[in-house]
Write a protein that binds this ligand. Structure first.
Ligand code: HEC
Length: 118
């Protein structure tokens, strides 16, 4: 009986612990942005599937810094401008994304890489 109780306590404790590490849920807009990111951005920015050199910058915590990797201000407007114009080996997304998808991916990048999202 003691063992059973101990086992139950462990399970309960385990749930509490894993609860502490669970990811905060994304807003619907951020969740849509995550899909856009996973499909349209991650193959370069996470996997670098085109073996670009230098590799595309890691975008985790993008908006926690004042500036983007190239020194431009880290603002929604600047990111939107980048998505429309493209930069170097990064293509323009002007014709591949709706304005709504752009807002969504921008919203997602605000939380991408936040402590609990890793
Ligand atoms: C074909 C590969 C590729 C794809 C797809 C891609 N990027 Fe990039 N991205 C790059 C490269 C390369 C750079 C570095 C450009 C430079 O500084 O010349 C970059 C830079 C950036 C930067 C930093 C810009 C700065 O001013 O420093 C951001 C933010 C960014 N990308 C966001 C995105 C988002 C969001 C998506 C998806 C919608 C995306 N990228 C898709 C290759 C890519």
């Amino acid at each position: 009986m003691r063992h059973l109780l101990a086992a139950l306590l462990c399970v309960a404790f385990g749930i509490v612990l894993s609860g502490c590490h669970s990811k905060p849920s994304l807003t619907p807009l951020q969740a849509q942005g995550k899909q856009v990111f996973d499909v349209g951005c991650a193959h370069c920015h996470v996997s670098n599937d085109q073996h670009l050199n230098p590799p595309p910058p890691d975008l985790r915590g993008l908006f926690t810094r004042k500036t983007m990797p190239d020194g431009a201000p880290a603002t929604d407007a600047e990111l939107q401008r980048l998505l429309i114009a493209g930069k170097g080996s990064m293509p323009s997304f002007a014709y591949q994304m709706t304005p709504q998808q752009m807002s969504a991916v921008i919203a997602y990048l605000h939380v991408y890489g936040a402590a609990a999202q890793k």
